[in-house]
Design a protein around this ligand. Structure first.
Ligand code: AHR
Length: 515
């Protein structure tokens, strides 16, 4: 069956379904032509609060079990989640970071102020070697954020040579002197972070000129192998995207976007991460869903200048930003994480999957102990947050083929405002298995829907899991770490060769593997 015909079938079924019933997912199982980049499932680790120190790195002499200084429990959990790419060293920190302070014998490394985050003194124990070796251990790609705000082109090009050159040149030799013979071959380089804000409060015109300069030099020193990511917009700043895309350097293969969900009233008011009222459950999800509009509008501008989609939209900071946990340092951004936040993650990942033709990378902020973390630590204890489980359940979509789908859904309504109750995305892996993820945002009502396949028959459901929780704001604590965790899902029924009914519990996400 050709693609036009199958899309036409989807269209007809959708019209019929609209007339008859509310909740239905129609999937074109013939030919998708877009691969969901595994990098959409990326993470971000900044020198901020307890993300690096305590979170990832405890040092070789720590009593906490570690592999050469990296916490063993964290390394294992990140591997299990299949982390594909990790962005470092910031964030705002990146534009104050001078990489040479973080190499060489640890006791001789220069200290620096962490001006943005808590005003602490950074002793640079964790530097380039520690980060890149971690990525090797995890089997993920490093994504280096270069300092444009307070650095220089020379500093950046020397860093590139230090990390990637295998020649007899001064920076590669310095690396060898510091104990690393082979280059790491870093693939992703960010040219500035939030250059419109903490990275220099630049105008887009000023930034794009700097970008062209840095980019050309990064291209030359990186032998045109680096994928360069230009600093993109803050949320709905479409003018930034327009200016940068129009004058972008040829070597830029990605443009970033930052969007944080802030659940309180208006657009800047944070709320508590736990114990919040139901209206903040709703507004958190409502604001998270705004990412769909942002991705579509920024993509439309990118299409104007780059119709063949050579430049990826890299959402390299996203997630919910709440108040810090009571009693913790304001500048450390340590927050808890509830089932609402897991649903924010699943609907956001659905948006990225469904726009995989343009979205080529995304990095949730931040991996451990900061903002919407996947893992929290307290001394030797570690807990997996509800968001961790979303990444683990969704890993089936990494590098799978996106299957076109159409979702018909009822709304979830609160105080006269509405959001779609269901969210979904569907992919097919290299073995021909179809993975369907469906989220029900309604916290009070289970929803039954049908999944219709066009162009293929269902064999059987191979595996299915569900993540839900007792309350709309339930979370995992150090005393009670398993309140929210996935279990097997059984509430589905095959109706015929191309149709399946399933009942998704309230405030839940389900991932099915269908043969
Ligand atoms: O993730 C925390 C901060 O949020 C980052 O440092 C910055 O890029 C953004 O404003």
């Amino acid at each position: 069956m050709n693609r036009i015909y199958s899309l036409f079938c989807i269209f007809l079924i959708a019209i019929a379904a609209n007339a008859q019933e509310t909740n239905k997912l129609i999937v074109d199982a013939t030919k998708g032509n877009v691969v969901i980049s595994k990098n959409i499932y990326g993470h971000f680790a900044e020198h901020l609060g307890r993300c690096i120190y305590d979170g990832i790195w405890v040092g070789k002499d720590s009593k906490i079990p570690n592999i050469n200084g990296y916490r063993t429990d964290i390394v294992n959990a990140l591997k299990e989640m299949q982390i594909p790419v990790l962005r470092w060293p910031g964030g705002c920190f990146a534009d104050t970071y001078h990489w040479k302070d973080g190499i060489g014998p640890v006791n001789q490394r220069a200290k620096m102020m962490n001006y943005h985050w808590g005003g602490v003194v950074e002793n640079n124990t964790f530097g380039t070697h520690e980060f890149l070796n971690l990525c090797e251990m995890l089997g993920c790609e490093p994504y280096i954020s270069a300092n444009v705000g307070s650095g220089t082109v020379v500093e950046m090009t020397q860093w590139i040579e230090y990390m990637n050159s295998d020649k007899d040149v001064p920076m590669a030799n310095l690396r060898r002197q510091n104990g690393r013979e082979k280059p790491w071959n870093v693939k992703y380089l960010g040219v500035g972070n939030e250059s419109w804000g903490c990275g220099g409060t630049m105008t887009p015109d000023f930034y794009v000129n700097l970008l062209r300069n840095y980019s050309e030099m990064a291209g030359i020193y990186g032998q045109w192998k680096l994928q360069q990511i230009g600093c993109g917009a803050n949320g709905a700043d479409y003018n930034w995207t327009d200016v940068v895309m129009k004058q972008r350097p040829g070597a830029m293969s990605g443009l970033s976007l930052h969007y944080y969900t802030i659940a309180g009233p208006g657009w800047g008011n944070k709320t508590a991460a736990t114990g919040f009222e139901k209206k903040y459950y709703f507004s958190g999800l409502e604001k998270a869903l705004k990412i769909n509009e942002l991705v579509e509008k920024h993509s439309a501008i990118m299409d104007k200048y780059d119709p063949k989609k050579h430049v990826g939209l890299m959402v390299d900071e996203w997630g919910i930003w709440t108040d810090v946990e009571p009693g913790t340092e304001e500048g450390f951004l340590f927050q808890q994480n509830s089932i609402r936040d897991a649903l924010i993650a699943s609907v956001t990942l659905d948006v990225f999957n469904n726009h995989a033709d343009r979205v080529k990378m995304a990095n949730i902020a931040q991996t451990i102990n900061v903002l919407q973390a996947v893992i929290l630590t307290e001394g030797s204890k570690m807990i997996l947050t509800p968001t961790y489980y979303v990444f683990k359940m969704y890993k089936v979509h990494q590098d799978a083929k996106l299957l076109p789908s159409h979702l018909i859904t009822e709304d979830y309504e609160m105080d006269g405002r509405k959001i779609p109750a269901l969210s979904s995305s569907v992919s097919e892996d290299q073995n021909g298995n179809i993975h369907v993820s469906i989220t029900n945002l309604n916290p009070d009502k289970e929803i039954t829907l049908s999944v219709e396949l066009v162009g293929k028959s269902f064999g059987k459901v191979n595996a299915a899991s569900v993540l839900t929780a007792p309350e709309y704001n339930s979370f995992n604590s150090f005393d009670n770490p398993e309140v929210v965790k996935p279990i097997d899902f059984r509430s589905f029924k095959k109706i015929n060769a191309s149709s399946l009914h399933l009942t998704v519990p309230s405030k839940a996400l389900v991932v099915l593997e269908i043969m």
